[in-house]
Design a protein around this ligand. Structure first.
Ligand code: AMP
Ligand code: ZN
Length: 485
């Protein structure tokens, strides 16, 4: 597919929409801040990766050769994004009486399972922070003399040593944002540790020798080092959730400026990346997103309730990434219904057209141009989805060509429309105490009762299913027999 329109993206650094112009012609190099693997990701976290995936797919669609890196933070992220608190990994390991390595392996695998379930393409590199500690020490050595100072607790970055500190956050640089606690001896409240020395007499599960004593790297240092190593400064796009715009990314930028010996941020490339993109939050009013709230909103919880994970991807795509998105079970149900409609329509097309044509054909040129423009308009997926609906609804067109058009669209949206079957969308709620074949058998009896107009029996069978955790949807235009209870 030859893309016709430019890809315009909102650069948080300039607070402007800007056309994507690659640093290396024909290439796109993207770094995404990954999870801290001390717990399961919640679905809000996963919104950040759905967004990064759509961005990567859009870049591929526009013809760029994509190199995407997502890191895994298995050391260094404290319970506060500034420099206070405990290391999240050390704390989780202590609470579970497990080694940090076990904790990190378990949650990394859980995260990768969510990535796969959401049809998020694997990046070129998953960079694991603990694999890069020697490089982090080397990076810190390069900038230490001109930009850092030592305190008893470690090596600190002097934010006054670079131009335009905090521009990304639009934070006050003189007094700090007021949220950053003091560490005795810091020159400026926003100064941050790039190496945290292990206090005398203590030991950490994860610690390394360094010129500043035994200890562990700071979280911000990791991302500067891994992005620079794997993508080269300056690279094209750095992404993360909007919370990272306030502390983590301004600190990465300051380190990158120090490392590259470059000037101020009027030239965005001096920040280490040309563009900084941030997704807004998924919010949930009752607080179930918080990982400290017992049962929190993990993807697996959605699956256990009978929602296919791609319904959540659909829910994400129904909002533009820079808008806040409110989670609700009704909203998720509506997204599932929309996905089912598409999957059923595409299934019928596949029955008629097999694999479809190689190309969409001229009848689809207008719709595909509008799809391309929607994606080019700062990844406007809600509009892109309406164009997909239009394509699916087009009449008197060659089914094979229509399928080819849908293939072009789904390569960006990643809903799996060409491979999902309607039966796969029908997940059994975990609470259902009947197996699938028993449910199917009762539904068949109920169909027969209704055909005989024996509504008392039909209702009794419906109640039997409800007691077993399966809610029957009567009059479902999609002819789906049962729905998540
Ligand atoms: P963490 O594992 O806490 O570093 O977070 C992983 C990613 O999720 C980061 O890019 C965060 O900015 C992002 N994030 C955290 N909470 C939410 C949320 N509620 N909605 C969207 N993104 C989020
Ligand atoms: Zn990061």
């Amino acid at each position: 597919m030859t893309a016709t329109t430019p890809l315009v993206l909102f650069n948080s650094l300039t607070r402007q929409l800007e056309p994507f112009e690659p640093v290396h012609p024909g290439e796109a190099r993207v770094y995404t801040c990954g999870p801290t693997v001390y717990n399961y990701p919640h679905i809000g976290n996963m919104r950040a990766y759905v967004f990064a995936d759509v961005l990567g797919r859009a870049l591929s669609h526009k013809g760029y050769a994509l190199t995407h890196v997502i890191n895994i933070t298995d050391v260094g992220h404290l319970t506060d994004d500034a420099d206070e608190g405990e290391d999240k990994m050390e704390r989780a390991a202590a609470a579970r009486a497990q080694s940090i390595w076990e904790v990190s392996r378990h949650y990394t695998e859980a995260y990768w399972a969510d990535i796969a379930a959401l049809n998020i393409r694997a990046p070129a590199h998953w960079s694991i922070a603990t694999d890069y500690v020697p490089q982090m020490i080397a990076f810190a050595q390069t900038i230490a003399a001109a930009h850092c100072y030592e305190l008893p607790s470690g090596l600190y970055f002097d934010v006054g040593s670079v131009a335009d500190y905090g521009r990304l956050a639009r934070a006050q640089t003189e007094e700090g944002s007021g949220r950053i606690d003091e560490v005795a001896g810091k020159r400026h409240p926003a100064d941050f540790a790039i190496w945290r020395r292990t206090p005398a007499g203590e030991s950490r599960q994860m610690e390394w020798d360094s010129p500043w004593g035994r200890g562990a790297p700071g979280w911000h240092l990791e991302c500067s080092v891994m992005s620079g190593q794997l993508l080269g400064f300056p690279f094209d796009i750095h992404t993360g959730g909007i919370d990272h715009r306030e502390i983590h990314h301004p600190n990465e930028i300051a380190q990158n400026q120090a490392f590259c010996c470059t000037g101020g941020l009027d030239l965005p490339a001096n920040s280490g990346a040309r563009m900084w993109l941030h997704n807004n939050f998924l919010v949930e009013r009752s607080g179930k997103m918080s990982k400290s709230s017992g049962e929190f909103l993990r993807l697996q919880l959605l699956i256990d309730r009978g929602y296919h994970p791609l319904a959540y991807r659909m829910m994400c795509l129904q909002a533009q990434y820079r808008s806040e998105l409110e989670f609700s079970w009704d909203g998720l149900g509506a997204a599932l219904t929309r996905l089912k409609r598409l999957v059923m329509a595409v299934g019928q097309l596949r029955d008629r057209a097999g694999d479809g044509a190689d190309r969409p054909g001229p009848r689809f040129a207008d719709a595909l141009a509008r799809f391309d423009a929607a994606i080019g308009d700062d990844l406007n997926t809600p509009v892109a989805l309406t164009v997909l609906d239009e394509i699916v609804a087009m009449k008197k067109v060659d089914p094979g060509e229509k399928l080819a058009a849908i293939r072009v669209v789904d390569a960006v949206l990643g809903l799996g429309l060409l491979t999902l079957g309607r039966v796969e969308l029908r997940l059994r709620p975990k609470a259902a105490v009947m197996d699938d074949s028993a449910i199917a058998a009762v539904l068949e009896q109920r169909r027969a009762a209704r055909a005989d107009k024996d509504f008392a029996r039909s209702d009794a069978l419906r109640d039997e299913l409800a007691r077993a955790g399966v809610e029957v949807m009567d009059g479902d235009p999609l002819e789906w027999d049962w729905t998540p209870a």
